[in-house]
Ligand binder design. Structure first.
Ligand code: HPA
Length: 244
């Protein structure tokens, strides 16, 4: 099976109900097997991959990012839309806002970051001046605006190692460094997509103000609850983009 486009569903986005003729697909890669679903939306073939696996069983630092991206590449996907639940460091980007991310700051610690580890694959220093694909970003932005969502054009995503949330001191530091949003998965996913030549963009959804900005402690349950409230909007945005 070949697909035109892929959706990587992050926290709170575990299914793609809009797809028809859905099939479970298992893709073998040198990094391991990947299970995803493939189906059709208005005649277009689409793959859907739940980043955290069935029942959100894989934490962010253990996601097999290389296998996931290689599986999408093997299926023929040219464009990838990834969703991400994020905390906000920027007062202008409040809970339930959508942000079409345009930059990242990498604070991950222990993740394989490349397909190119020397040897037969060689060495690659990939350019990430525009880490997120301009074309898919523009689609997402335009469609989100047409749907009257609160959406921001651009934002710097700080990627932490997790799985713990941040300390208020870390959040203060990230803010000084120019971060707008904080999450745990965009790196290395975006970098690997770039290495694989996929046109990849992320739609981030703010679920909370980050630690220390919000006076209350943060829970995963709270993140899930806001994502649940946003799920109809996310599906609508994805469907509108798939129609284009
Ligand atoms: N920090 C890290 N990841 C997150 C957050 C946060 O505040 N909210 C949702 N994902």
């Amino acid at each position: 099976m070949k697909v035109d486009l892929a959706v990587i569903g992050g926290t709170g986005v575990y299914k793609a109900d809009m797809l028809e003729q859905v099939k479970d697909v298992e893709v073998e890669t040198p990094y391991g097997k990947v299970n995803l679903i493939a189906g059709f939306y208005k005649g277009r073939s689409v793959a859907f991959l739940a980043r955290h696996g069935k029942g959100h069983s894989v934490p962010p630092h253990l996601v097999n990012y290389r296998a996931n991206i290689m599986a999408l590449k093997k299926l023929g996907a040219k464009r990838v839309i990834a969703t991400a639940a994020v905390g906000s460091l920027n007062e202008k980007m409040g809970p339930k806002d959508f942000v079409i991310v345009d930059q990242f700051l990498d604070f991950t610690k222990s993740r394989p970051q490349t397909f190119f580890e020397g040897g037969p694959q060689g060495v690659l220093h990939v350019d990430v001046t525009d880490p997120y694909c301009r074309e898919v970003r523009q689609f997402l932005l335009q469609k989100a605006r047409e749907l009257n969502f609160r959406v921001h054009d651009g934002g710097s995503y700080v990627c932490t190692e997790g799985p713990r949330f941040e300390t208020p001191a870390e959040i203060k530091m990230f803010k000084v460094l120019g971060g707008d949003l904080v999450g745990m998965t965009s790196v290395p996913e975006v970098v690997l997509a770039r290495e694989a030549g996929l046109c990849y963009a992320t739609v981030a959804m703010v679920t909370n103000f980050a630690a220390g900005i919000s006076p209350d402690p943060l829970t995963h349950g709270e993140v899930l609850q806001v994502m649940n409230e946003l799920s109809a909007n996310i599906s609508q945005l994805i469907m509108t983009v798939l129609e284009t």
